[in-house]
Design a protein around this ligand. Sequence first.
Ligand code: GLN
Length: 313
Amino acid sequence: ANVMSKENIEAVLKEAYSKFKDVKEGKNADYIKELANVDPNIFGIALVTTDGKVYTIGDYNSMVSIQSISKAFVMAQIIEEDGHQAIQDKIGVDATGMRFNSIVAVEEHKGQEINPLVNPGAIAATSMVKGNDSVAKWESILAKQSEFAGRTLSLNKPVYISEASDNLRNQAIAHLLFSYGRLYFDPIQSTDIYTKQCALNVSAKDLAVMSATLANGGVNPVTKKKVVSPETVMYTLPVMATAGLYDDSGIWFYNSGLPAKSGVGGGIIAVCPGKFGIGVVSPPLDAAGNSLKSQLVIKYVVEKLKANPYLIQ
Ligand code: GLN
């Protein structure tokens, strides 16, 4: 039987949904105050194939803030604008092995040997986006994230205001990077744009379309629009594989074989190159800051759809 048949994909998503629906472990992020108020029972799953078929179950239209998942797509935007060498030279592409907002990770190598998928490297990536001022940079990021999603994304204002008014740690990280010559725009403005980018509202379905665009070599399989080049995707996915789930990236990759990216809003995407992208939303997080149920769902789906690329039968 073809594991990627319509019937099988629908059955597997349904099984995953009912198997994990009642899991109650984990806790919403609360260091960003507004995230503590998000309904912890939101549970949405979406899978989009590279030929543009959309499969959904549960609260697949419920919105949460994208948070760190945006980092993968800003990374792709920088590679598209400046080439892959620029990321390697000006930010780094090494896993830090530390928490996503680690200051030690910056200090350790004087702002070097980090990557665009943890806060310091992500703020640096945001500072590199082309644009003459912060408005132009923000509009460019918004446009690119929206192209990946296939619709114009909008800002979750309460989340943005909540984080922007309580953002000293990320501002400190930005200033520290700037002091090492590893931030490429004003630290306060770079942090502000980064905070906005993290506050974009997305559903599980949006996340699945965004990850399916990576799975499809940079062409959005739903809108058919070319968002980035295949080479850009080729350089984005390895960093998702090594650093997409913060300090649990190793255990994630060991168990799934798929490049992925999480966000503290509760979303996770995973990319099965050439086949599909999956997006899952469930706000309660584990100790590393990754959505607990989203991980369970994706691991289950990967196993049932035989989607681990290292499974050679
Ligand atoms: N905006 C969040 C922060 O900077 C994003 C973190 C995350 O999703 N891990 O802390």
